[in-house]
Each structure stands twice: as structure tokens, then as C-alpha cells.
Design a protein around this ligand. Structure first.
Ligand SMILES: [Zn+2]
Length: 322
């Protein structure tokens, strides 16, 4: 039984695209599932790919940050039941509900409203449950091909083929995951809770406010619109340089300040390549500021360039200019 494994090796070294598709089809359409773990964890994996180091390793802290946020918003913000039986909630749901109760969290709170200390405490708790029930199970769902793991070292190492594949087809894979997750939730939740369910699931990790990033960039000395260079007045927008539809991670190095006109016009498009170069220069400057260092974890220029190409390949329209 894969979910009981402590350490797992990669079963195969050479994998073709077709083999990955076959395994994914099996994962999405044939595996039986009693809870929403596999969809929540796969969503988290897609999101956490950006934190992979040069050995394709992702720390449990990074992946369980995403997993906890997704699960919290499903359970607390939207009040959705996560297992196929009304008598037994999934262990993660139970952990989260207990935490919310102990901390007197009001109903429908978004994960972002928790304090940093609460987030850290909860992520550690969810990680313990995830180590027991989720990591090995997903490994099994993917025939032991997708990653290796070591529960003691707390790292997953993705197969390089899978890492590239997940980034190359991220948008479509996210949509299919959302769809399957919604199908499951629809079956086991009351009618009133599943209203606009696809929208709820799609935007489950959207941040409530980007104010914190606005402040950080202002503190770093940004006073003009990143695109048209006009001085910013009271109405400043925080723009996802790589659009949210491809890149849902809230990372400082992907945010720029823009005037309302540029931000609205750019919308869900990619800016022209010269702006990519400007952003790389901007981020270099931020890296030199001691107070911002923690906000630039996992950043390097090559990663941003690669992300830009992936976004283009995922059908995000490019070449936008003010
Ligand atoms: Zn502008």
C-alpha cells in the first residue's frame, strides 16, 4: 500500500510524454477516491513547482503551505465537506475544523486572514496528516513515477520529465483538476453550498488583498507605473506581471505597481519582452535590499524567463504595450 511508505524511489528513469498522459488520464478518470486529497494535493503540487530547486526538489513546507491554503478555503471559507461519507470527515478537514474552533475563527474566513503564527502552526499540523495519508497515496496514483520522497528529510524530488510537463501544461491541468474536484464536491455537499462551485474552486487561492505587496514596493522606492512610467498617485494597482491565470503564486518578484489604466488594459495578457527585461533589472535591485530578501526566496532571472515562455505556451496572449 503506497500510502504507508516512508521512503520511495523513482520507479522509472525514462518516460515519454505519452506515458505521462496515460498516467494522468488514469489519475483523473479511473482512480477511486474517498476524499478530495488527491485533487487538493495535485493543485498544490502545480502551484509549488515554482519553488523547486536545481535538483527538482520541493520542500514539504512549500507544498503544504499551498495544500493547507487550498484546503482551508474549501473547508472554512466555503464550508464544503471533503469526503464521500457524511459520518466521517477527512482527517485534514477534521484538523482544520478543530484548529478553527480552538482559535475562535469566524465562519467563512479566508486563509489570508489568519495571522502568520496561526498559518505556521496550522501548516505543521496539516503536514503531519499529509505525511501519513497524502504523499504516499499520490505517489501510488502515479505508479511511483512522479516523485521520490523521504518522510524524514521532508522533500519531494520530482521526476524531471514530470516537472517540465506540469509547467508546460499547467493551465489545462489546473482546469481539469478543478473540474474533477468540483464534480466530487458537488456529489457530497448540499445544493446551497455548491452554487457557483466551479468559480469557487477556480478562485480558491486568489488573494483577498495585494496591499502588502503595494507597501513593500513603495518602501523599495517605486513611485512610477511600471509600464507607462507616469507618476503613481493615490490609486495604485498591483499587477501580476505573469498573469494570474497561469501563475497563482503570490510572490513579490512577479508584482509590479501600475496605474489603473495600464493595469486594466493589460488585464490577463503578457507584456512585451522589453518589460520582462525591465522586471529582471527591477528584481536585481530588490535583491540588494536587505529587508526584502525573505520576499525573494526561490527567485532567479532564469526562472522568470522560463515562466514567461511557459505562460506564452499556455495560451496567455503576449506582446502587450501601453
Ligand atoms: Zn501606466
Amino acid at each position: 500500500m503506497s500510502w504507508k511508505l516512508q521512503v520511495a524511489e523513482m520507479k522509472k528513469t525514462y518516460i515519454t510524454d505519452q506515458e505521462v498522459w496515460n498516467t494522468l488520464h488514469h489519475f483523473f478518470y479511473h482512480g477511486k477516491t474517498k476524499t478530495t486529497y488527491k485533487y487538493g494535493f495535485f493543485k498544490a503540487l502545480l502551484e509549488a513547482c515554482i519553488t523547486a530547486n536545481e535538483h527538482n526538489e520541493i520542500s514539504y513546507d512549500a507544498i503544504f503551505y499551498s495544500f493547507t491554503k487550498i484546503y482551508w478555503n474549501l473547508v472554512i471559507e466555503d464550508g464544503l465537506w471533503q469526503s464521500n461519507t457524511r459520518t466521517q470527515p477527512s482527517s485534514v478537514q477534521k484538523e482544520i475544523e478543530t484548529f478553527a474552533q480552538q482559535n475562535a475563527i469566524p465562519p467563512h474566513w479566508n486563509f489570508e486572514k489568519l495571522t502568520d503564527t496561526q498559518k505556521i502552526e496550522l501548516i505543521q499540523k496539516v503536514k503531519q496528516v499529509g505525511k501519513k495519508y497524502v504523499i504516499g497515496a499520490l505517489y501510488g496514483d502515479f505508479n511511483g513515477e512522479i516523485y521520490t520522497f523521504d518522510l524524514k528529510r521532508e522533500y519531494l524530488q520530482l521526476h524531471p520529465k514530470y516537472l517540465l510537463f506540469l509547467q508546460t501544461y499547467k493551465r489545462i491541468l489546473t482546469n481539469v483538476t478543478n473540474y474533477q474536484l468540483a464534480l466530487f464536491l458537488e456529489k457530497f455537499n448540499e445544493l446551497e453550498k455548491v452554487q457557483s462551485l466551479l468559480t469557487k474552486v477556480e478562485f480558491i487561492t486568489e488573494r483577498q488583498s495585494l496591499k502588502a505587496f503595494e507597501r513593500l514596493l513603495q518602501q523599495a522606492g517605486v513611485t512610477a507605473c511600471f509600464y507607462c512610467n507616469k507618476t503613481l498617485h493615490s490609486k495604485t494597482h498591483v499587477d501580476h506581471f505573469i498573469p494570474w491565470s497561469y501563475f497563482q503564486n503570490d510572490l513579490l518578484w512577479n508584482f509590479v505597481l501600475a496605474c489603473p489604466t495600464c493595469n486594466t488594459r493589460k488585464s490577463d495578457k503578457l507584456a512585451a519582452p522589453q518589460y520582462l527585461n525591465s522586471l529582471i533589472e527591477r528584481n536585481e535591485a530588490l535583491l540588494n535590499q536587505e529587508i526584502l530578501k525573505d520576499n525573494l526566496n526561490h527567485y532567479n532571472a532564469a526562472k522568470l524567463e522560463q515562466l514567461y515562455t511557459f505562460a506564452e505556451n499556455n495560451g496567455i496572449g503576449g506582446g502587450w504595450m501601453p
